[in-house]
Write a protein that binds this ligand. Structure first.
Ligand code: ATP
Ligand code: LTN
Length: 325
């Protein structure tokens, strides 16, 4: 299994429920590689000091979310040069047309219209290299990354079609619940760090979390009743989804639990569930952030293990395409 998140902002509940939480689950079945995609972040301008700090803090948060560095290879993308080396090769097996169809490229080039750089366009090729280097069976991601895993499969199949079985074809692994958490103030758009008001960060204090849930948009209908209806009651449906993902309760069970109660009572129950889930993570991450020597050592060891595996695939690719050995 392999996945990554960009250290382009603080981790939030969407990242946790849609991605990280599911990564920790299968550690005994699979060899697991999880990394911070720092190379990907510079497709959008970053403040260097902030990027440096977040790259270390995000490692602390991965570990605090249950990713044990003894059982998972945790590393920083820029520490393993094979990612950029394979990306160049794959660039030459990826078509302009297929990259032009990527939704994230269309969204981000509209959002950052003063900086539509080549890296933003070829972003999925670097992501394909990230994945294929480790020959994973599964890539656990949130719904929004599915298209990128699909283009990765297309690139790998094209390459294999020319040179034989070089790459394993990976499957995206999308969690049944939690794969799409919407913003608390924008129930029609995914929870995202770019809308901080409706975004619950892993490092938020319990009071901040309670305040954000209090302001969560429910619905303008006067029904004031907890019923799962994604179309007509997206705000309530999103809160139910968060509650269900954290408690394991089904939608009918939740409807029964809050029957007769109003939105206010429901919102505070969801807030408390989130506070209980995130508090131990926040405390453990704070403890780890203070121990820089430990985190540096995890990164050093991770880079070594990742480079070993990635190097094997890269050498095979170089040989296949005809680079003189
Ligand atoms: P941005 O705010 O720039 O869109 P982001 O906060 O969505 O970024 P990413 O780095 O794009 O974060 O995502 C990291 C992982 O978390 C991916 O696997 C992604 O699918 C998942 N993820 C992100 N947001 C959500 C969400 N709201 N619900 C479920 N999963 C999510
Ligand atoms: N594009 C992803 C981050 C990412 C990734 C990857 C995820 C970069 N490389 C490889 C899975 C596998 C994102 O923005 N969330």
């Amino acid at each position: 299994m392999l996945s990554g998140i960009q250290p382009s902002g603080d981790l939030h509940l969407g990242n946790y429920l849609g991605a990280i939480r599911n990564w920790a689950e299968r550690v005994n079945e699979y060899e697991c590689y999880y990394f911070m995609a720092d190379l990907h972040t510079i497709t959008v301008r970053q403040e260097p000091a902030e990027l440096r700090k977040r790259s270390l803090n995000q490692l602390a948060q991965y570990i605090a979310c249950g990713l044990d560095p003894e059982k998972n290879v945790l590393f920083l993308q820029s520490h393993v040069p094979a990612h950029t080396q394979l990306a160049w090769v794959l660039n030459c097996y990826t078509m302009f047309g297929e990259l032009s169809r990527m939704t994230q490229f269309k969204d981000k080039s509209a959002k950052y219209s003063n900086n539509i750089n080549a890296g933003l366009f070829t972003y999925p090729v670097l992501m394909a290299a990230d994945i294929l280097l480790y020959q994973p069976d599964y890539v656990p991601v949130g719904e929004d990354q599915k298209q990128h895993v699909e283009i990765c499969r297309d690139i790998a199949q094209r390459f294999n079609g020319i040179y034989g079985d070089v790459f394993k074809i990976p499957e995206p692994l999308i969690a049944k619940t939690g794969s799409r958490i919407y913003g608390l103030t924008t129930p029609d758009a995914k929870m995202s760090k770019s809308v901080p008001d409706g975004c619950v960060f892993l490092m938020d204090s319990p009071d901040d979390i309670r305040r954000k849930f209090k302001r969560a948009v429910t619905d303008s209908d006067r029904e004031n009743c907890i019923r799962y209806d994604k179309v007509n009651k997206p705000g309530v449906a999103n809160l139910m989804n968060i509650y269900s993902t954290l408690t394991g309760k089904s939608m009918p069970e939740i409807e029964a639990e809050f029957a007769g109660g109003g939105y206010g009572e429901f919102k505070s129950a969801v807030a408390e569930t989130v506070v209980s889930a995130l508090s131990p993570i926040r405390e453990e991450a704070q403890r780890l952030i203070a121990d820089k020597a430990y985190l540096d050592e995890v990164y050093r060891k991770g880079a070594e293990q990742a480079s070993y595996v990635a190097g094997k695939t890269l050498r095979k690719v170089y040989k296949k395409v005809g680079f003189y050995q």
